[in-house]
Design a protein around this ligand. Structure first.
Ligand code: SF4
Length: 394
């Protein structure tokens, strides 16, 4: 497989640490103004400390004893022996746990693909969800003050932020508080909210949401079928179709920007045209409809036999549904499909959508002339048995 040069891990592991849990901004520049919210990274040598930094990360595994003593005397927190330290950039926001020596990258300053994950929990249990049921039911919600600190430390010039979960709206009042805080701290950012939309069935909540959301926000809601039985089977929750359907309707009635997402799988691929009909009939004012290939993790792996279908096998139905929507003047995008699996007439709708830290290509792809335009594969999907690539020549 081709190694992506832009690859930046989201987790860094150190060997030894001390201090308290922190969410901080990376500062690799010695000239930067000293701030308690920043960490200093020392890549080589340990003798150029700046006073006032809250945290030090060291690539070196064995710090000289006098340096450790110096740090302890000063009460400064540190982690040493951090692998992949070179991948951190100025203005990244990271979470540091000096007990486990783990460093999690929450915001990558050179990426247009950053997200705020508000909770792991969800009130659906979709059959093709890339999270597992155990992940979505663990009780480890991120405290509100940590999420707010994360938002506060994000570079003000950031252009895009995705708000996601689990199901982020499950936080109810805290969710409203968070979007309000985003509006205040990052007013010029474009937002994408990923939600199952069920909460917007409730008109009071919908109104509160609209009053507090940042000004530029697209709300992306998945619809799995054109009728309740199949949708509810895929979401594993009886009644979810009705709530999602009216959630979308309530938002559209208020003029909100809605993206309907259809995750194409073995259970619904031959219904795509029907779903397109339904959208056309009831949701003609949607901002966009996106067709998405699956990410094979979590529930998707467990239910592999029931849901997996190769990219090639869905092309006829996909094209029919796409054309129906386009003819009605609805914008369409296609996500997570490698270009050579798509009918050429659909290439212009394809988005390089897979996050840079997850995207992979087959070895054969290096001979392909459209690799720069192709979105490639999820790291979890690339090894599915029936995936074949067809490098494009010239
Ligand atoms: S062969 Fe080309 S089009 Fe196909 S997956 Fe590889 S890079 Fe993409």
């Amino acid at each position: 497989m081709i190694k992506d040069s832009k690859y930046r891990p989201l987790f860094l592991k150190g060997k030894e640490g001390r201090g308290n849990y922190s969410v901080v901004v990376v500062c690799r520049n010695d000239e930067e103004t000293i701030s308690m919210n920043k960490i200093k990274i020392v890549l080589k040598g340990c003798n150029n400390f700046l006073k006032g930094y809250k945290f030090y990360l060291f690539q070196e595994e064995n710090l000289k004893e006098e340096i450790v003593n110096h740090l302890k005397l000063k009460g400064i927190s540190y982690i040493c022996g951090v692998h992949d330290l070179d991948t951190l950039r100025d203005k990244d926001v990271i979470e540091i746990n000096p007990v486990t020596c783990n460093i999690r990258v929450l915001y990558r300053s050179n990426s247009n693909d950053n997200f705020l994950m508000l909770t792991n929990k969800c009130n659906n249990n979709c059959i093709m969800c890339p999270d597992s049921l155990s992940v979505r039911t663990e009780n480890n919600n991120i405290p509100l003050h940590i999420i707010k600190r994360h938002i506060k430390l994000i570079d003000k010039s950031t252009t895009f932020l995705c708000i996601t979960g689990g199901e982020p709206t499950l936080l109810r009042d805290d969710f409203i508080e968070i979007i309000k805080y985003c509006k205040e701290k990052l007013p010029n950012t474009k937002y994408l909210l990923l939600t199952n939309g069920r909460i917007f069935y409730y008109k009071n909540f919908t109104e509160t949401f609209i009053k507090n959301r940042p000004k530029d926000m697209v709300i992306a809601i998945p619809i799995h079928a054109h009728e309740p039985k199949l949708h509810d089977y895929i979401s594993s929750i009886e009644g979810s179709f009705v709530q999602t359907f009216y959630g979308v309707k309530n938002l559209l009635d208020k003029g909100e920007k809605i993206e309907i997402r259809i995750v194409v799988n073995k259970l619904n691929y031959n219904m795509l045209k029907n779903i397109a009909f339904m959208i056309n009939k009831y949701f003609a004012k949607v901002f966009r409809v996106s067709f998405m290939a699956m990410e094979m993790l979590g529930n998707a792996v467990v239910n592999n036999k029931e849901i997996w279908i190769s990219f090639k096998d869905v092309q006829t139905e996909l094209k029919q549904a796409v054309l129906l929507l386009l003819k009605s003047g609805i914008e369409v995008k296609i996500y997570n499909f490698p270009l050579c699996s798509l009918d050429k007439s659909l290439w212009s709708l394809n988005v390089r959508s897979i996050s840079d830290y997850k995207v992979r290509y087959k070895d054969k792809c290096k001979d392909c002339s459209v690799i720069e335009k192709c979105g490639g594969f999820f790291n979890s999907t690339i090894n599915m048995e029936d995936i074949k690539v067809h490098p494009v020549k010239g």
